[in-house]
Design a protein around this ligand. Structure first.
Ligand SMILES: [Fe+2]
Length: 135
């Protein structure tokens, strides 16, 4: 299948985003105190890894995950309960939930062109619901 340049750009950006959230969920799983939250984040990390592989199949490009998002999200988490109290668990998780629902929206037009992305899109919505259930 030939993929147009503009679609390839979207697919590569999506692949990068998936890889970055794998790192984010893995990092969160290591720092959160609640064991149920940690187990949930490990599961989400593995599902995001599957998403990255769906995009990889289309792009055939190897991309390295960026740790920036994982870094900042764990820094934010570590500030919870500390004297600075910049952000609470609720606010942090709410950002993650918004990110998942946003990903679901962003994937809608791509899923129309590439049917294999439809289930990825549905997963992001489900991820948003799962993280919301942790609050
Ligand atoms: Fe994903």
């Amino acid at each position: 299948m030939t993929i147009s340049k503009s679609n390839m750009k979207i697919l590569l950006k999506s692949q990068q985003g998936e890889l970055d959230v794998v790192m984010m969920y893995q990092a969160l799983a290591k720092v959160v105190k609640d064991e149920n939250d940690a187990a949930t984040f490990r599961k989400l990390a593995s599902e995001e890894g599957h998403h990255a592989s769906v995009f990889h199949k289309l792009t055939q490009e190897n991309i390295k995950p960026k740790k920036t998002l994982a870094f900042f999200i764990t820094i934010l988490y570590k500030l919870i309960g500390k004297k600075y109290k910049l952000i609470g668990k609720k606010r942090l998780y709410t950002k993650i939930i918004k990110g998942e629902y946003q990903a679901c929206e962003n994937y809608a037009p791509v899923a129309e062109k590439f049917p294999e992305i439809e289930s990825v899109k549905e997963d992001e919505k489900r991820h948003g619901d799962i993280v919301a259930s942790l609050l």
